[in-house]
Design a protein around this ligand. Structure first.
Ligand SMILES: [Zn+2]
Length: 374
């Protein structure tokens, strides 16, 4: 029996083996075996299990008893584990076979095809929807910009509306103010209408024998002499008043025209458009002391006054002058008072002038009454 020394492939302990049988090609085999063992020991590149499995003779893969016991044990454990795995796979295969029979595969393939088709359709639909979304986004942007612009316009319009409203309120305030002013003016206007302007402008006052107009006495008494300058001024006032009254009722004497020139007033005689003569209503010297030169003027004035009173009576039948005029006299209770100075007394002339002033005052009031109501 041949004995040779080996080392355990696993733990590297020396082994002593007895070979009952040798391989026919022992020399080559031993050489190869040694080479393999050397590779296994030096490079650790070979799997120990593979070496043992590939060995044809114990000498090809020498392992001690301890190590082989351990290996067997480990292999048993692996076999158990693999058995468990096999059982698990078997169970799973059974389950699959039961639930997914192989006959359903074409059907499943068809279903898969359908699902794939459906997926493609859905992808196309998705693309289409994305395109639509993009278009809608663009439209949304456009509309948003339009909305912003519209909002700005709205703000502008609102500001304008606010300004206009303020203007309206201001205007209303102004309107109310103006309305108040108008009402005040109307009241004032009414007061003025009710006022006889002529009465204000030509204040005629008769108290006693001598009357006066606007503070100028028209009369003469020996005990209270009045100078011609004052008489001339008074005559100027009554000529002006007569002129205004004729103008008021819109009439003209056919040939006599009163010309008011202050203290040098006169009555003009016109015939056929030609000035024939002027009759002075102003004198000088001492009144009632001979020829004063105003008698002709006073006669013409009385003519005009009579004409005016007649015109007023034509317009209002109820109007009755206080004192009638008769030629160159004024009549009071049937007594004639001569208005000219020649051959007259101071008292009678002064009385005639006072009666004439009273008639003028009455004419003035009648003229005012005839005014058209406003
Ligand atoms: Zn060993």
């Amino acid at each position: 029996m041949e004995q040779r020394s080996y080392i355990c492939l696993n733990c590297q302990n020396p082994l002593r083996l007895e070979f009952a049988q040798r391989r026919p090609d022992s020399a080559d085999s031993e050489k190869k075996s040694e080479t393999v063992i050397t590779e296994a020991l030096t490079g650790h590149s070979r799997n120990l299990m593979k070496l043992i499995s590939d060995a044809q003779f114990p000498s090809d893969a020498p392992v001690c008893n301890d190590c082989s016991d351990a290996l067997v044990k480990e292999m048993d454990a692996q076999v158990t584990t693999l058995d468990d795995e096999v059982k698990t796979y078997q169970t799973y295969i059974t389950y699959l076979k039961e639930n997914h029979p192989t006959t359903a595969i074409p059907e499943l393939k068809a279903k898969l095809q359908n699902v794939a088709d459906e997926e493609r359709d859905l992808e196309l639909q998705l693309k289409k929807l994305l395109c639509e979304e993009e278009a809608i986004d663009t439209e949304l942007q456009t509309k948003r910009r339009a909305a912003e612009a519209s909002s700005e316009t709205s703000t502008e319009l609102w500001k304008k509306y606010r300004d206009n409203l303020r203007q309206v309120f201001d205007d209303q305030d102004e309107l109310h103010s103006l309305e108040s002013e108008r009402q005040y003016a109307e009241v004032q206007h009414r007061k003025l209408i009710d006022t006889n302007v002529l009465d204000l402008c030509f204040h005629i006052w008769v108290d006693g024998i001598v009357g006066e107009i606007n503070g100028f006495r028209l009369g003469y008494l020996k005990e209270a002499p009045v100078e011609f300058t004052e008489i001339n001024a008074a005559l100027g006032q009554i000529v002006l008043l007569l002129e205004i009254l004729l103008e008021r009722i819109g009439v003209q004497h056919h040939e006599l025209v009163p010309v008011a020139m202050g203290s040098h007033s006169y009555i003009k005689l016109r015939r056929n458009g030609n000035d024939i003569e002027n009759y002075a209503l102003y004198g000088q010297g001492t009144p009632l002391s001979g020829s004063s030169g105003i008698d002709a003027g006073i006669r013409r004035f009385l003519q005009l006054l009579e004409f005016l009173l007649k015109e007023l009576k034509d317009r209002n039948k109820n109007f009755k002058p206080p004192y009638q005029i008769h030629a160159e006299s004024l009549v009071d209770n049937g007594v004639k008072y001569n208005a000219v100075m020649t051959l007259n007394t101071d008292v009678r002339w002064s009385r005639a002038m006072a009666l004439m002033l009273t008639d003028m005052k009455a004419a003035c009031a009648q003229c005012d009454a005839l005014r058209a109501p406003i």
